[in-house]
Design a protein around this ligand. Structure first.
Ligand SMILES: [Zn+2]
Length: 151
């Protein structure tokens, strides 16, 4: 799922699960649970293929920056404790960060193993995702529900 969804899930975990270390553990593993649901991710082909600096790379980084910005904005307007909520958001999005690192450190065995597990969680996308409309509906519903939980 997009980072926004993972951010919100992490913020919801630290709001409702106590103590904090359990909430952060739940936030981390929630990443794979959310990615298991049918969803649509935006393409980051230029970053994944390590294209030379240019329009493609800039567009990809802009998409990621916008995703992060929107996630932080939604948490900022809804969370009780912004700092703790952002820590939850950060931990919940770690698998995507590990994937990003794996692009530049492809020989790192730990990152590669995490990347394979992460990729396996995207089972619907791996099947060329025949449920595009349903996927967008599910992702939107999850994001709205998580946002409402934070209010
Ligand atoms: Zn992911």
């Amino acid at each position: 799922m997009i980072l926004l969804a993972h951010f919100l899930f992490g913020a919801v975990m630290v709001k409702f699960v106590k103590p904090l270390y359990l909430a952060l553990g739940a936030a981390f593993f929630s990443h794979y649970l959310l990615d298991f649901l049918p969803h649509k991710d935006y393409s980051l082909k230029s970053i994944r293929t390590r294209e030379k600096f240019g329009r493609g790379i800039l567009t990809d980084y802009f998409k990621v920056a916008l995703d992060i910005f929107l996630g932080i904005c939604l948490i900022a307007i809804s969370a009780d404790n912004l700092f703790i909520a952002l820590i939850g958001a950060l931990v919940a999005s770690l698998p995507d960060f590990f994937d990003f690192l794996n692009i530049f450190l492809p020989k790192n065995k730990i990152l590669s193993a995490l990347g394979e597990f992460h990729s396996a969680a995207h089972w619907v996308e791996n099947k060329k995702n025949p449920y595009a409309i349903l996927s967008i509906f599910i992702e939107t519903t999850v994001i709205l529900a998580l946002f409402l939980f934070l209010l």
